[in-house]
Design a protein around this ligand. Structure first.
Ligand SMILES: C[S@@+](CC[C@H](N)C(=O)[O-])C[C@H]1O[C@@H](n2cnc3c(N)ncnc32)[C@H](O)[C@@H]1O
Ligand code: SF4
Length: 369
């Protein structure tokens, strides 16, 4: 029987809808029935989820990781902690020291909020910092102030929280207006974060500043500069977009990258049940009703995903047939994309940046045989 020990919950509202963001969310209106509707969605969802688990022979084991993402989970407030404990966690057990993360928008935090979630097990915070330059914060259409970022970072540092922060690259106008990435990083690191998620801005064609997005060469230099900088400060580049101090990798995300089962709740929340080596189920919550869309995966789809997921992390990719991939691996090594250990291909920071094109190389070679 498959056991699931990880849980993701998507909180689908934000105080302000940033113009670059593609996550599912609605504008938060405290005077509407939004929170009650969300609670109803989750309550029906819990029952629907029980059925899904029993249909697939899946049961809960002690929870090892919990992750509240969004949207803006911090907007759910103290009321959210009460609901989460009573309606989602009831009947579930948290393993001792289970990793329990909440994403917090710096404009929405209070000490009371953090303490109420801490009292039900929260022990990791992920801060939506994005940039520490006030000019770029504005360009990025963020609703929070720089002072709010600094006060949350200071709080986390002073209270010795295990915390991560999101940092964005490839911002519009950063070439012309000479964004000083190193200065921002110096500033951020004074708070001693344990983990940093580094995202390259993914701008759609309708993005208002699409014309001002820097070219690929500029973004490549930025990414490699940040990677070098963080590695020199003792961080490990352990996944394409993630750096951590030793022992502070995101255990929750490692479950996804290791193709392990992760349950999900909330509109657009996506869960995965690994049902043996040649069978898996991916499911996604609809937004209009607490109903689920399901996709069954077979051996070849699981294999393909595994290649991609293994390549993204520093654990490395173990090809099924290394001989077949020999010339590819050699050419990647020659171009500085990574190192072959004799068993696994471990990508360098440059290799991580080239991930999509390396996956294309694998497809092309697979298709040849
Ligand atoms: C759900 S949000 C984080 C929590 C909170 N809503 C906030 O923004 O502070 C997760 C992260 O995704 C990143 N993100 C959102 N849209 C993105 C985009 N178009 N390209 C790259 N990263 C993006 C941002 O760095 C953001 O902090
Ligand atoms: S606050 Fe976060 S989730 Fe909400 S729109 Fe902005 S980046 Fe997206």
């Amino acid at each position: 029987m498959t056991q699931v020990s990880s849980l993701y919950l998507h909180v689908p509202f934000c105080r302000h809808l940033c113009n670059y963001c593609d996550f599912y969310k609605r504008k938060y209106d405290p005077d509407s029935s939004q929170i009650n509707d969300f609670h109803q969605f989750l309550e029906i969802g819990v029952e629907r989820h029980k059925k899904l688990m029993s249909e697939n022979g899946v049961r809960w084991s002690e929870l090892e990781t919990l992750y509240l993402g969004g949207g803006t989970p911090s907007l759910w407030g103290e009321r959210g902690a009460e609901f989460f404990k009573g309606k989602i966690l009831s009947g579930l057990t948290l393993k001792k020291n289970a990793e329990f993360t909440m994403e917090i928008d710096p404009g929405t935090w209070t000490k009371g909020l953090i303490e109420s979630w801490q009292s039900i097990g929260l022990n990791r915070i992920s801060i939506g910092t994005q940039t520490l330059d006030p000019h770029f914060l504005k360009i990025m259409d963020r609703d929070h102030t720089l002072e709010e970022s600094h006060s949350l970072l200071k709080f986390c540092h002073e209270n010795d929280w295990n915390f991560s922060l999101d940092f964005l690259l490839g911002l519009p106008f950063s070439k012309e207006q000479k964004r000083d990435i190193k200065k921002e990083l110096d500033n951020l690191l004074q708070y001693k974060p344990k983990h940093i998620s580094l995202y390259i801005l993914n701008a759609r064609s309708k993005y208002p500043h699409i014309q001002a997005i820097p070219d690929d060469e500029f973004i490549r230099e930025e990414y490699l500069l940040v990677s070098e900088y963080l590695k020199n400060q003792g961080f490990h580049h352990y996944e394409v977009s993630n750096f951590s101090l030793p022992g502070f990798e995101s255990l929750h995300n490692k479950k996804y990258w290791g193709s392990e089962s992760v349950a999900a709740f909330g509109p657009t929340g996506t869960g995965y049940f690994s049902l043996g080596h040649d069978k898996a189920l991916r499911y996604k919550w609809k937004v209009s009703e607490a109903e689920i869309e399901q996709e069954s995966l077979g051996a070849s789809e699981i294999d393909l995903e595994k290649n991609y997921l293994e390549l993204r992390t520093s654990e490395g990719w173990k090809p099924k047939n290394p001989q077949k991939m020999g010339c590819l691996i050699k050419s990647w090594e020659q171009q500085g994309y990574g190192k072959w250990t004799g068993e696994k291909m471990k990508l360098s920071s440059l290799g991580f940046l080239m991930l999509d094109s390396l996956m294309d190389d694998i497809f092309r070679l697979e298709a040849k045989y």
